[in-house]
Design a protein around this ligand. Structure first.
Ligand code: PLP
Length: 363
């Protein structure tokens, strides 16, 4: 059996099934009390009371871009190193994707490159905390203030990652999380948009449900802005509420494994470990590093029943983004060597040791 690179954590049957049965037969499976209870628990975890649940991380990105005021023709600075939804969402609002280059020691957006891409048309900067590593928030917060451009943190991979000792989710104007099937925590599908004020929260809440204000009776409503059908329902929220009992343990095991690899893989010829920025600590959704002869490395690991891969296609390869084509020399160098190995809750102590000794044996 191959050790997979991602795997959903589902709570024990005896904890989850009675709760699911209750809600399924309760007569109220739409958005209701379970959703609001889950939002409180999740909001406490990410230290942000303005945390709005949605049915996906993509929905959260879409609403964030609308709220940032991105209109057709406006520019959004982003990275090619991400899953496609980050950048597809920009196209949903008619924005132009502007690629900035990465810091070769992290693979995350380079503040110097981002600065050089800012124009009068820039309406937002999307920072992807790729694979659970946190972008250089110290620098990006300065850029955001200096140019008055909001930051959207795409933290789909980074639940439980920290900035200045606190779980991320309350730093920038917008932070999005994904609870999709393979993330640190899953509700099968789901997402969160974390905001900075009651006003923003109220607008986002309407945007998630046709533009209707769910806190008022239906017959007293007046839609002023078209919204979507992006809400979470009581069934997914019930899974989320049960997951919250395990979140410290599950996210904690990713982090513990990541720290183990940080130590055990130091000083191995052909491997370069990544740097973590000041005031940040990763939640290691994947363990990411740079290796020489990547293809040989991946084959070598597969021969030891360990999945290793680059996982994502650089997003500028898609025709959808052809108008954004630009040179990204630092990224090119980084991407040639980048590889992920498994780091999640499913690794036993023996698995971790086996992974390290497979790497130590050379490829
Ligand atoms: C970096 C990143 N952003 C956004 C998303 C979108 O999340 P979702 O699948 O919940 O829509 C994903 C995951 O698919 C992702 O990996």
């Amino acid at each position: 059996m191959m050790i997979p690179i991602v795997k959903p954590y589902i709570p024990p049957k005896e904890k989850l099934f009675p709760e699911l049965e209750n809600i399924l037969y309760s007569g109220y499976i739409a958005e209701g009390e379970k959703v609001y209870e889950f939002e409180k628990l999740f909001g406490a975890y990410v230290n942000n009371p303005f945390s709005l649940s949605l049915n996906s991380g993509t929905a959260a990105l879409h609403i964030a871009l609308i709220m940032a005021g991105v209109k057709p023709g406006d520019e959004v600075i982003s990275t090619v190193l991400t899953a496609e939804p980050t950048n597809v969402a920009i196209k949903l609002v008619g924005g132009k994707v502007v690629w900035a280059d990465v810091d070769p020691s992290t693979g995350l957006l380079d503040p110097v490159s981002v600065r050089s891409k800012i124009t009068d048309k820039t309406k937002a900067i999307i920072l992807v905390h790729y694979a659970g590593m946190v972008a250089d928030l110290n620098e990006f917060t300065k850029i955001s203030e200096e140019f008055n451009i909001p930051i959207i943190e795409d933290a789909a991979h980074a639940l439980g990652a920290k900035y200045k000792g606190q779980n991320i989710g309350g730093v920038s104007e917008y932070t999005i999380f994904s609870l999709q099937a393979i993330k640190h925590m899953t509700t099968v599908d789901g997402g969160f948009l974390c905001l900075k004020s009651q006003e923003a929260f109220d607008r986002a809440r309407k945007l998630r449900w046709f533009g209707l204000d769910k806190t008022r009776p239906r017959l007293e409503n007046d839609i002023t802005e078209a919204g979507y059908k992006y809400h979470m329902n009581n069934v997914n929220a019930t899974i989320g509420i049960v997951q919250m009992q395990y979140i410290e343990q599950i996210v904690g095991s990713y982090i513990e494994n990541g720290k183990y690899f940080d130590k055990a893989l130091k000083n191995i010829p052909g491997i370069e470990l990544l740097k973590y920025y000041d005031d940040t600590s990763p939640s290691y959704w994947l363990y990411t590093m740079k290796v020489d002869n990547r293809d040989a490395f991946i084959k070598h690991m597969a021969a030891h029943n360990i999945s290793a891969s680059e996982l994502h296609l650089r997003n500028d390869r898609h025709s959808l983004f052809k108008e954004s084509a630009t040179e990204l020399p630092a990224f090119n160098e980084f991407y040639k060597k980048m590889v992920h190995i498994p780091c999640g809750w499913w690794l036993s102590a023996e698995d971790r040791e086996m992974i390290v000794s497979a790497i130590n044996s050379g490829w």
